[in-house]
Design a protein around this ligand. Structure first.
Ligand code: HEC
Length: 133
């Protein structure tokens, strides 16, 4: 009886461990080349995706949004990803994005110096890693 009980517990635990290992493996950088960490994603969501995403807002209702959709990044070819990442780093470094008129109306979308650095570092490092892969 005790043995059965042990198996009863051990089997689901084993299956759970296996599932965990598989899901862990599926998110390693070698499988999914472009990595967008949560902190970077939340900066993008806050400052960029209103114009570079599917998400509609009062602003984009009467402003043409850019054809460049950040959500498409993972679907691009590696070469295009590198290209876009370097552009992101450039426009953020130069303070061209998010657009000034937008930030004036929506001050919360402004990038702090810290978030700017996080974005630029991420974009440049990702571009670098994609090139050397
Ligand atoms: C108010 C809307 C708006 C916001 C917010 C905004 N962008 Fe843009 N962005 C545009 C538009 C429109 C273009 C198209 C070209 C232009 O007008 O300069 C563009 C162009 C770009 C380009 C060049 C794309 C290409 O393929 O040449 C990049 C890169 C970019 N934006 C990145 C960003 C990033 C990163 C953020 C957030 C930090 C951001 N943008 C926030 C509207 C916006």
């Amino acid at each position: 009886m005790k043995k059965n009980l042990l198996l009863f517990i051990a089997i689901p635990v084993f299956i759970a461990l296996l599932a965990f290992r598989i899901s862990e493996r599926s998110v390693t950088p070698s499988d999914q080349k472009l990595v967008i960490p949560e902190n970077v994603q939340s900066i993008l969501d806050n400052s960029c995706t209103h114009c570079h995403g599917e998400q509609a807002s009062w602003w984009t209702h009467f402003r043409p949004k850019s054809k460049f959709n950040l959500g498409d990044l993972p679907k691009l070819t590696t070469a295009d990803q590198v290209n876009k990442l370097l552009k992101i780093a450039d426009v953020v470094k130069d303070g061209k994005m998010p657009k000034h008129r937008y930030v004036k109306r929506k001050p919360k979308a402004a990038l702090s110096e810290e978030n700017k650095a996080i974005l630029v570092n991420w974009a440049e490092k990702q571009a670098d890693e994609l090139v050397t892969d």
